[in-house]
Design a protein around this ligand. Sequence first.
Ligand code: HEM
Length: 567
Amino acid sequence: MMLKGITKRLDVAAEVFRQTSSIRRRRIRNVWEHIPNITSKTARMEHPSFSVFSPIAITYASAGLIVWLTASLWLRRGRREASFPPGPRPWPVIGNLNLLINRLIHQSLHKLSETYGPIMKLKFGSSDVVVISSPEMAKEILKTHDSSFAARPRLAIGKYLLYNSSDILWGNGPHWRQGRKILSVHLFDPTRLESYEYIRMEERRDFLARLYDLRGKEVRVMDHLSQINLGIVSRIALGKNYFSGSKPLELLEESSSVSHGEMQEMLDESFTLSGVFVVGDWMPWLARLDLGGHVKRMKNLNQKFDKLFDFIIKEHKMAGNGREKEEKPKDMMDVLLDLVDDPDLEVKLTTDNVKAFILDFLAGGTDTSATTLEWAMAELMKNPDKINKATEELDRIIGRERWVEDEDMPSLPYLDAIIKETFRLHPPATLLAPHRAIKDCKINNYDIPKGTTVFLNVWSIGRNPSAWDSPEEFRPERFLNKAIDMKGQNFELLPFGSGRRMCLGYSLGLKMVQSTLANMLQGFNWTLPQETKPQDLDMDETYKLSTPRKHPLVAIVEPRLSAHLYA
Ligand code: HEM
């Protein structure tokens, strides 16, 4: 019996070897198709599994590790002094390799789900992973069995970047529940959100004025989108825009701010590191080696954020002492600092928790909405007739004498449809954030054991032909006569997730996307540079925690409204 098992495994390993050795001759995305390490019918292994313990796999893995380690050490030697930013990024080769691995995993998951169905089990190293790819199964996980899957796996990113997972995104248990409650009450309740509308409006005006100054020239759309979003979340969370200055973090001194470029690089790095495949997360026995150097990068990045937050906290404490006189309204940092060491809280809140919450807020609030907006513009420029429909709607309902505002959104159904269609095809978090089973569970008769990591592949769900007609087409019209929203009750469209772990910043994120896109379309004609034809515009993705365009969108803007409106 045992011999039979071993022979079976060797056969599988030989098959894997045969398939992988012909990678160069075939399209790389098909490689995983032939690796029988998944089961579709049950979350228990039915097929022989390709595990990292099979002899041939171990031989090849060891050879790979030696090459990897040598390359890593060689790179490390050359870059010991390199700092990031403004110097070159450490581990560029490994970083790119990781993006490639992410791409492989991502595309493979989609292909595998087409072959093996909407629930399948994989083995990532020594960990069990279940991937869900249909609205019905997503409903089972996020609604029917929500409480059993409302946990996160403990990953290196939480431990090393987010203060030992003491934030909300990676947090668990009573600490996470309390954090969600605090932010929901103090920050995300509708009245609070309303009170921030003036901030979003002012930042939008600055953004439109910057674009106006660049009229007729080529602009990298993402640069401007990240600037407006960072400005908004910084003012909401920290009381002022800390990221509009010219100083590098190293030279931060009293009453100054960090350069936008440096902060954006730090946030990009945090998104990249949140999405990388950290070997030690899935093979804990290799964690100490830190293959690829990701943990080192996480610790470095944490130090940078920590320095920044220490500075901001000091400024807030100083300003707090004089607040009675000034009557300045409290921002999120003030509110959280007031709660530090509050004896009435169920779980003690520390300064590190505050830093972790703020980092969640800065990261969650910028990249996701900027990525969505860039994709929306790219899809629209690839389909110019859709831009015409959107501007026709704006001209008809709002006119050209004033800017479109938040309260106009309910009367702009086509704009709303464009946003939903963009989220369907390009959800920023393609696999949501990973969920973890906190107890043994049965999903439609499939056993999912306690401790299993569950990925909800919303990217695949958005392109699932049984849920959507012509799923690859960008067709906002499909939403015009459908009562589908993104509040987590329609499981075919889940860009913000659903249930207990649903995005906490859903309303703010959606408002930021809606009003910015409306202003961009109302205020400017958008064209591609002469050498790019709409049909040739590439739609390649990069896989981090979010999924931005691989090549930044470059466009030429020409104002549509009277000059005085941009002043
Ligand atoms: C377009 C905008 C946004 C999108 C698409 C988005 C998407 C998501 C997704 C998919 C998750 C994980 C859900 C899951 O695991 O089931 C999430 C979680 C989260 N988001 Fe967002 N988000 C956006 C904007 C924001 C904003 C503006 C903030 C705050 C300022 C924010 C804060 C958070 C937090 C704190 C969590 C963790 C929730 C938890 O684990 O309990 N997000 N978001």
